[in-house]
Every structure is written in C-alpha cells, then in structure tokens.
Design a protein around this ligand. Structure first.
Ligand code: ATP
Ligand code: MG
Length: 458
C-alpha cells in the first residue's frame, strides 16, 4: 500500500481540522476514519483529536453537540475529542472520567489497536507550523499494510483495563479481514472471562456490528476460538460438539455459522434474516434426546428472543426473529391444498413468508443441500399465485368484526367474541367465498353455543 502524502478527506472533517489549525490548535484525524481511508475502504465516520478543550470546541463550533463525559463534541457527524489519558478503574470498563493532555502521543497510546492509533494532521498555526503529516508512534501503518490487528502496548493489560476491547478485536479483525497478532490473541484467550463485566447493551452494540460484517461467520469464529463466545453468547457456545447428520464433520455451531453465511449471500442487507439464521437452531442443545431435537423450534424461539432482548436489540426485530425461529421447521408437501397454503400463510404471517423461505434456503445451504431442497421453488410459485388473488388471511380482512357480532347476536363483550372471530377466520381461510357478512353472521349464530358459558352469564 503506497501511503498518500495527503489522504482524501471529505469537506466536513477537513473544515473542522482547518478551523482548529487556524485558531492555533493542534488537530489530527484519528481512529476508524483515517484507518479506513488508508485501507481504501469507505469510512463510516470520521474522528478528530485536538488539544482544544470541549468548551473551546463549542465556542468555535456553535453547531457542535457535547455528547458524553469523555469530552467528545460532535460537529456535523465529526466526532471531535480532546487529547486525553484514561483513568483506569478496577471494573474492567471504560473509565468514568478522563484527564486532558496536550500530548498527542499520549492520546494515541491510550487507544486500543495500533491501526486505530494513526494520526494525520499538525499543530496549530504558527510561523513554524509544519505541513500536515502522519503520526504513528505504535507502528500502525506497518500493521495496516500487513493486515495485522495488534493491541497498543501490553495486550493483557489493555484488555484488563477495558474488556470491550476483546469484542472490538473480534469485530475489527472480521470487519477488516485482518489476522490478530499472536500475542494479542493469546491475551484475548487469557482475558476472555472479563467479558462478564460488560453491560449487555455494550455487548449488543458490538454484536450488531459483527453480524453486519461479511462474511458474518468470521467474527463469531474468532469469538469461539478465543473462548469469548462462552461469556457473550452461551447459547451458541452450547452448540459446540453437538452432532449433526448434515455436513460430515460439522457440529451444530458449524451448521449455524454456515447458515448465517448463506443468509448473507442470499440477502445481503437483511440483518434480521442474518440473526434468524445464526439463531435458528439455538433450541437444539436444550432439547436433544436420542439424536433428535423435538420442540427445538418453540424452545429456540423463546431462547433466541430472550438473547436478543438481553442484548437490547430493537423489539420489532426481536419479534420477527422469534417468529422466524418458531416457524423454521415447516415441511411443505406437494399434496398441500390451496387451503393448506393459505393456512400456512395465516400461521406465519404474510409479512414474514418471504423471509421464512429465505431462511429455509440458507438452512438448506448450511446443511450442504441445494437452496431449494424440499420443493421450495414449487412452494414459492404456488404461494405467489395464491397470494396474488389477495385472499382474506387476517381478522382485519374478515367481513365482520367484534362489534358486528355483539350487535347482531346481542351478546356481551367477552372472550367468546375472540373465539368466534377466530373460528370464522379459519373457515374463511379454508374457503374465501364464505367471507360475506350474511354468511358469517349465520355461521356465528350457529356456533355461538360452543363459545358462550352457561346461561346465567349471558
Ligand atoms: P468504527 O467507527 O468503524 O466502529 P472506530 O475504530 O472508529 O471504528 P470508534 O468507536 O468510532 O471506533 O472509536 C474511535 C477511536 O477511538 C478508535 O479508532 C480508537 O482509536 C478509540 N477507541 C474506541 N474505543 C476504544 C476503547 N474501548 N479503548 C481504546 N480506544 C478506543
Ligand atoms: Mg469511528
């Protein structure tokens, strides 16, 4: 990699740098932005480090927002942080307070990995001010060239200070396609138990980024190889060594990761699908008996949802993953009637059917089978034809509602209304031609006795 004398820096971070230089402050690009630029990747965000204190930053950039107690001011998405040294407390987390410094070298050396400790910039304006240049006290540029992720300083000590660095190592190595330097990796294994100190939100934050890398299995492999998985995702760790009759030599964890990678190839931007693929067999270790896993879909749906909720994934995503896991064992047969197809869609939910078929494709591929094994292509074709007709599949599409039943049948509100509506919908899903108000009210009248309690309550 030839190092450009001047990196290509977008207007916004450049404006921040120039304004700081002109006001007499030292300012440098640091962190992931400059790292990714050097690698020829598109940076997701830009970080600037400066000797200007937060109050001064807010004076210079009135549009800036003071984000946290670490002295980061965000100026139009550019995270601008005052040079600092960290205080180390005993709880293996990031410090609660920091001390500012004027020494940029000190600021770089408190950073986690050498490739994140590269700076480009210069001291503030003065007659003697040099041109902006690279600052690389930890050998980050050489590591970047070699594709090596190396802790700054003594790895075990750095992981002990802040155990989130363990997960950042796994995520960054996966994201960048880097090898973890051996001493850093050894320290990860030895420090793996420290992840127990992390809040589940912080673990979730890293997991969200891990699942989005490509191929997504890499980060989880690193977690497994370093024993970090045991503390972070014990439900997945439990899959190691559980036998599968799918791909020769693959255990259940291998199958989950192969399914995950297949999902990422099938539908690159669907993170919900990736999560469901990773977790679809999460219920197997708890249900295995005599080489079978009866009920693992239901148990897994619950475990998967608990896991994601614990890691603070958004509720709507947790719910979709739960439903996907719950329904992932469907078994299509060519003799399914059209009514059976509609009942299938009603059960799964129209909004989830496509994704469920994708999940099955990924599961098939992760089992060493063709993507459409199990006549999935036929099922897809038939579903498309069936759904094109727009058959009623939900209570909202029924030609009567609860109020109609109460009024027309002169009954009180109660659980019987829901029971009746469900039975009506069953009959309409089986035979859509019954979805007329007259027919449904007649049906409801004749079924009423099955739902109402004994007379005094009427
Ligand atoms: P990305 O933005 O792609 O997640 P990044 O490396 O920019 O990657 P940020 O969380 O934006 O990550 O952090 C910016 C910089 O701050 C990092 O590059 C690193 O230098 C430093 N840093 C972040 N977290 C830590 C940490 N836990 N310990 C030490 N340094 C850290
Ligand atoms: Mg960043």
């Amino acid at each position: 990699m030839a190092l450009a004398a001047t990196p290509r820096v977008p207007d916004e971070p450049l404006r921040v740098l120039r304004a700081l230089w002109q006001s007499g402050h030292a300012a440098y690009l640091v962190g992931g932005g400059i790292r990714d630029e050097l690698l020829g990747r598109i940076p997701t965000d830009w970080d600037v480090a400066t000797d200007a204190r937060p109050e001064r930053l807010l004076q210079l950039f009135p549009e800036g927002r003071y984000e946290n107690r670490f002295g980061t001011v965000t100026i139009n998405k550019v995270e601008t942080t005052t040079f600092r040294r960290d205080h180390v407390y005993g709880d293996h987390r990031r410090p609660d307070s920091v001390t500012f410094t004027d020494d940029f070298g000190e600021d770089l050396r408190r950073r986690d990995f050498t490739v994140n400790a590269i700076g480009w910039g210069r001291p503030g304006d003065a007659d003697s001010a040099p041109q902006p240049d690279w600052v690389d006290p930890t050998g980050g540029i050489a590591d970047l060239r070699a594709g090596t992720l190396r802790a700054v300083g003594e790895p075990a000590k750095r992981f002990d200070e802040d155990s989130l660095r363990l997960l950042r190592a796994a995520r960054l190595a996966a994201q960048l396609g880097f090898e973890i330097e051996p001493a850093t990796k050894t320290a990860m294994v030895e420090s793996a138990h420290l992840v127990g100190w992390l809040s589940s939100e912080r673990v979730g934050g890293e997991m969200r980024r891990m699942i989005a890398t490509d191929p997504p299995s890499t980060a989880f492999r690193i977690l497994a190889d370093t024993n970090l998985l045991a503390g972070v995702l014990p439900e997945l760790w439990a899959q190691r060594g559980v036998a599968q009759d799918k791909i020769e030599g693959h255990d259940l964890l291998d199958h989950s990761l192969a399914t995950l990678d297949a999902a990422a190839v099938l539908e690159s931007f669907d993170l919900t699908l990736r999560l469901a693929a990773l977790l679809h067999d999460i219920g197997k270790p708890a249900t295995q008996a005599d080489g079978r896993f009866i009920g693992h879909d239901e148990v897994g749906a619950r475990q998967g949802a608990e896991l994601l909720a614990r890691l603070a994934f958004p509720a709507h995503q947790v719910e979709r993953v739960r439903r996907l896991i719950h329904h992932h064992m469907f078994s299509y047969q060519a003799n399914w009637t059209d009514a059976a197809l509609r009942r299938f869609v009603r059960r799964v939910g129209r909004d989830l059917v496509d994704e469920l078929l994708r999940l099955r494709q990924a599961d098939n591929l992760g089992s060493g089978w063709p993507a459409d094994a199990g006549a999935l292509d036929e099922l897809r074709r038939r579903l498309a034809a069936e759904l094109a007709a727009g058959p009623p599949l939900t209570l909202a599409e029924l030609a009567v509602n609860g109020d109609d039943l109460q009024a027309e049948l002169a009954i009180k509100p109660g659980p019987w209304i829901g029971g009746l509506l469900d039975r009506l919908l069953d009959s309409v899903v089986t035979d859509p031609s019954r979805n007329s108000r007259t027919l449904l009210l007649a049906d409801a009248r004749s079924w009423l006795a099955d739902f109402l309690p004994a007379p005094p309550d009427r």
